[in-house]
Design a protein around this ligand. Structure first.
Ligand SMILES: [Mn+2]
Length: 329
């Protein structure tokens, strides 16, 4: 059964969860704030109901989520591991079972052998669960889950609210995305009224950058190129070494490139240890940068894509920049 409305879904979800004691909570590989916030939000609720939730990740949680209440329950699945004995599986923020990485690869049968609940907002979700609550217009899974919990009339603890607030804030980039609607802000208000620790969430996401990330950003942005709607920069191994920044620091650099006024396409070229170049592309709606990434064996979404180029930095820029100029004409 596929529901789009939390109110309509609530009775069936309530009945199914009432029958279960041990419940396996899963989310997608490389989990983001919405994945972890939704998973932990559900775990808090299930504990409050006297159930035994088991939170199993296919890959580690992002560092900004590790201060959430209940983060100590998260465990990363190891290759070859047996799945814990459970009587229900609940998958959150995950478009399909194969997005659960190794867990799904090594235990595909588990997804059909046990009842499966799905709560998600990905438009590509096939609704393969026994019960599915899928609303692609929801700005985050945390938002949808909060409305389900309300419809179930379960008490929402402040800790659960804090976790859900992180999901809502990260997936909307603090209400900046086009998915942000009046309902999104109403739900945010309700989550705060339920006792979410707004300050802890905002501090973890926006005010916890390593100084090394900022040093690298300074080095890279001091050589920013801009022409018409095109913005680009490059990261050298020497800059990485001088700043002491790790690989994930370049995600932050990309997010800063996107802030340039008039930006239609931005590109970051990162020199890798092995001499190849990692290309990251972002664009405004209507400009498909995935097509460029795909030409060089990469991929992604129309507005966010990447590829690895077997070239040095100079060669990679000479190849890609003219193609991006063409996209803008
Ligand atoms: Mn999400």
């Amino acid at each position: 059964m596929i529901y789009t409305d939390p109110q309509a879904a609530a009775p069936a979800f309530a009945a199914r969860i009432a029958q279960a004691q041990r419940i396996l909570l899963l989310t997608h590989i490389n989990p983001d704030g919405d994945a972890i916030g939704s998973l932990l939000g559900a775990a808090h609720m299930l504990y409050a109901l006297g159930k035994t939730p088991i939170s199993l990740l296919a890959s580690p949680a992002p560092s900004y989520s590790l201060g959430l209440p209940g983060a100590e329950w998260l465990r990363v699945y190891q290759r070859g591991e047996l799945l814990p004995e459970v009587d229900l599986i609940w998958m959150l923020d995950t478009a399909a079972p194969d997005r659960v990485g190794l867990i799904a690869e090594e235990h595909a049968e588990a997804f059909t052998a046990r009842p499966l609940l799905i709560v998600d907002h990905h438009v590509t979700n096939d609704g393969l669960g026994e019960l599915n609550l899928i609303d692609p217009t929801a700005a985050s899974t945390a938002d949808l889950l909060f409305r389900l919990l309300r419809a179930l009339q379960w008490p929402i603890t402040p800790d659960a609210a804090t976790c859900l607030y992180m999901g809502l804030i990260t997936d909307t980039q603090s209400f900046q995305t086009s998915s942000t609607r009046p309902q999104t802000l109403h739900t945010a208000a309700e989550i705060l009224l339920a006792g979410a620790d707004r300050r802890a969430v905002v501090t973890a996401i926006y005010f916890s950058l390593p100084a090394t990330t900022l040093r690298l950003t300074g080095l890279v942005l001091s050589e920013l190129h801009q022409e018409e709607g095109l913005v680009w920069a490059h990261v050298t191994q020497a800059q990485l070494a001088a700043s002491g920044a790790g690989d994930e620091a370049t995600d932050y650099v990309v997010s800063q490139l996107q802030r340039t006024t008039g930006m239609q396409i931005c590109a970051l070229f990162k020199e890798r240890h092995d001499g190849t170049v990692k290309l990251s592309l972002r664009s405004q709606p209507g400009i498909n940068v995935a097509a460029i990434a795909q030409r060089w064996g990469g991929g992604g979404h129309a507005q966010a894509a990447g590829a690895t180029l077997a070239l040095d930095l100079r060669g990679a820029e000479a190849l890609i920049i003219p193609l991006l100029r063409q996209l803008l004409t």
